[in-house]
Design a protein around this ligand. Structure first.
Ligand SMILES: [Zn+2]
Length: 334
């Protein structure tokens, strides 16, 4: 392999549940990859140590193949001070000790390499924009539906972090119902309070219980723990009404929030990714499209494309890698 004259970096996507680590070329090829549970219950020190060990291993593997690593890009859950690489905000208690963690410096101490850190929703948007669209559009919204709801915005060909604070662009916390359920962020009726994995599983269980009671059938002893997104999709294919309703409701809720995005930002493309999107696929995409087209203001929605990611779970590592390439500095702002 002619690896010598090309640049390679580490891209790591550190999520609330799993951490994905890859060696990525500047053209977006994933050369090596690994995934470990983030295991935040161990405490932030152990948790970061385990991730660093995994990064060390993959760097050794790359060096064994004649690849030298030039930098590290990290996408992390929470709000990030990109200058220091410190996590400064987010949902308290999501990972205990996470807010205030100087993760950039911890990696710099460990590896003698430049380290760049940004929010996981932002890096997913960068991955889609740089390696998915190859900059053929100039404004996108990328939404990641999984444990939580992440988002990133590319505006006029650059990552948009919000004015002033640089900490905005959190479309998962658009409230779609101010009387709705309490979100982990403290606001009521956020998109995340309706379509996070946990919220979707609860929605399904409640619908099944309601159906069982109206049929005077004894409710099945279903707890949230035995229900998975896979099971909901399987039941949908088998014709279970509650499952189909859940999938369409999820699409509708996302559609309401994306209507706000279309009215304010007017992206050319909205890309939906994350574990839930991968599982429910086209049915939710269709429902999002219908909801946005019928609710957006005037002609705002006529040109917007709403599509499923083609990167599966890897938009995040690809985007995290772009933080560390000089080539993409104009887009990432790093
Ligand atoms: Zn919220």
């Amino acid at each position: 392999m002619a690896m010598n004259n090309r640049t390679f970096v580490i891209g790591a996507d550190i999520g609330g549940t799993n951490t994905k680590i890859s060696v990525v070329s500047e053209n977006g090829e994933i050369i090596f990859k690994n995934q470990i549970p983030t295991d935040s219950r161990l405490g932030t020190a152990r948790c970061v140590d385990r991730i660093c060990q995994c990064v060390s291993k993959i760097i050794k593997k790359a060096e064994g193949a004649g690849i030298s690593i030039k930098g590290i890009g990290l996408g992390v859950t929470g709000q990030v001070d990109i200058h220091s690489g410190t996590i400064v905000g987010g949902i308290k208690g999501k990972i205990p000790g996470w807010i205030g963690l100087p993760i950039g410096n911890l990696f710099r101490e460990r590896f003698n390499l430049p380290v760049f850190v940004d929010n996981d929703g932002n890096v997913a948007a960068l991955g889609e924009y740089i390696f998915g669209f190859k900059k053929s559009v100039n404004s996108i919204v990328a939404l990641t539906i999984g444990t939580g709801v992440g988002s990133g915005i590319i505006l006029d060909g650059k990552l948009f972090r919000g004015g002033g604070s640089n900490l905005s662009g959190e479309l998962g916390h658009i409230s779609i119902n101010y009387l709705g359920p309490l979100c982990n962020c403290g606001n009521k009726g956020c998109l995340e309070a309706y379509v996070s994995k946990e919220a979707i599983l609860d929605m399904f269980v409640k619908k099944m219980e309601k159906e069982a009671s109206s049929n005077t059938i004894k409710p099945t002893n279903k707890k949230s723990s035995s229900v998975t997104p896979e099971l909901i999709y399987k039941k949908h294919l088998e014709g279970e009404r509650a499952a189909t309703e859940v999938i369409y409701e999820v699409g509708r809720y996302i559609g309401y929030a994306m209507t706000v995005a279309v009215n304010t930002i007017g992206p050319q493309v909205i890309i939906i990714g994350g574990g839930i999107a991968a599982q429910f696929g086209e049915p939710i995409i269709k429902e999002i499209r219908t909801t946005v087209k019928s609710n957006a203001f005037g002609l705002a929605a006529q040109d917007v494309k709403i599509i499923l990611t083609k990167f599966g779970p890897f938009a995040g590592v690809l985007g995290a890698s772009t933080l560390a390439f000089n080539k993409y500095k104009g887009i990432t702002g790093m």
